[in-house]
Every structure is written in C-alpha cells, then in structure tokens.
Design a protein around this ligand. Sequence first.
Ligand SMILES: C[S@@+](CC[C@H](N)C(=O)[O-])C[C@H]1O[C@@H](n2cnc3c(N)ncnc32)[C@H](O)[C@@H]1O
Length: 219
Amino acid sequence: MLEKIIGKKSHQLSADDLRELVAGYSRVVIDFGCGDGMLPYRLAQQNPDVFYIGIDAARESLAVASAKAAKKPSRGGCANALFLCSNVLDDMPDLHGIADEIQWNFPWGSLMRALVASDANAMGNMIAASKKEADFVFYLNLYVFENDNQRTDMGLPEIDNDFVENTLRPTWKKLGIVVEETSFLPPDKLKDHPSTWAGRLIRRSGRNTLLMTGKIHHG
Ligand SMILES: C[S@@+](CC[C@H](N)C(=O)[O-])C[C@H]1O[C@@H](n2cnc3c(N)ncnc32)[C@H](O)[C@@H]1O
C-alpha cells in the first residue's frame, strides 16, 4: 500500500487506485524527494493534462502542498497532483512502472549521496517506477562539492566532467539509465527554476549545478 498525504493526514492508496487516478493523463511525472511539494503542485496547475506525483520521506513537509492540491479547483486545488510519503532509498511500495518522467531536484544528504554513489535501491526504485524509455531529469547543486572540507567530511567524491563521464555515466548505463545530456549550469541559468530548494541553494550559494537528462531503458 502507498501512503497518500493530504494535509496532516495519511490515507492508504493501492497501486490499482493510483493507476486509475492517472488514467487519461498524457504524462505522469514523479518527483523523488520533492521536499515541500511546491514544484509538483505548481507544475500541476500549469499543465492540467499531466499528472504529478511528489514523493518525500518527510511526511510533514508535504502537508501544505498536498492540502492546497486537495482543495476545489476554484480555490487552487488540482486533481492532477498527488503526494506520497516514502523513503526512496528503501524498499518502496511498487509503483508499477507508471512514470513517463522521473525528476530528482536538488537532492540533499543521503539522497544526494545515494545518487552520486549510484545506490542500488535508489536506482532500482527509479527504474521500477518508470515506463520503459521514460525520461529522467537530475539537478544536483554543487555547493557542498565545491567545499573540499565539507565534501570529504560527507564522504562525497569530487564532481567534475571526468567523474560524470568516467564514473556516473558508465555505472548508470549498466543499470539501463542512459545519460544523454550533461551540463554544468551557472546560477543565473537556474534563477527562475520554480523549486523551493533551487531558489534557496542558488540564491545562497551562487554555486553551479550539474544537470543530467536521459532515458530509463531498464537493465
Ligand atoms: C534539499 S530538499 C529538495 C526538495 C525539493 N526537491 C526542492 O527542490 O525544493 C531534499 C528533500 O529530500 C528528502 N529526502 C531525503 N532523503 C530521502 C529519502 N531517502 N527518500 C525520500 N525523500 C528523501 C528530504 O526530506 C527533503 O525534503
């Protein structure tokens, strides 16, 4: 069973119920580690034909966006946004390959470490949640990586083009996740990104962000 959040309440949702909810939408986008959920909520309002699912391990962080989405449309609600509480590094409830796109927007802490280390659970959950040939988008702010003391304290590698090309890209490829485009974006390229942490990280740190996009072919 999935744990659907509306405000401060949890509700059980089966994978079949979820499939019914997304039926008829042109695309399903899942945001892993969505934080306050404002990005999927805003995108859902802008794109009514796309269904957005925000997932975060911190139940309380989803309270505001999930309550807004559950309101009547005339009061800002949107039926095409759903919020689930789940740890995406754990044995996640099966989402049965419903996603056309998986987003990882500005992960932090264990989530960030899992992705740069190509953690089997994180990658497996991303693959299990996605359709074949689904898109993925990965934004990694490099704030912590550009401070050598902080980076080594957290046991993180140096992230540069060499690491992306010779470590991340081949490791992900073995799992069936094919990186098609990689860029190191300066802060001004992301100043209008609508996620909460994009704003915080970029305004505060002024550091670059690694953007990787590609396809999930499955292993
Ligand atoms: C820096 S915030 C980014 C939030 C959002 N994507 C944004 O751009 O505003 C990282 C989020 O990842 C969530 N997170 C960390 N570890 C997680 C895990 N194992 N499973 C699911 N969410 C996790 C945290 O609760 C936090 O909300």
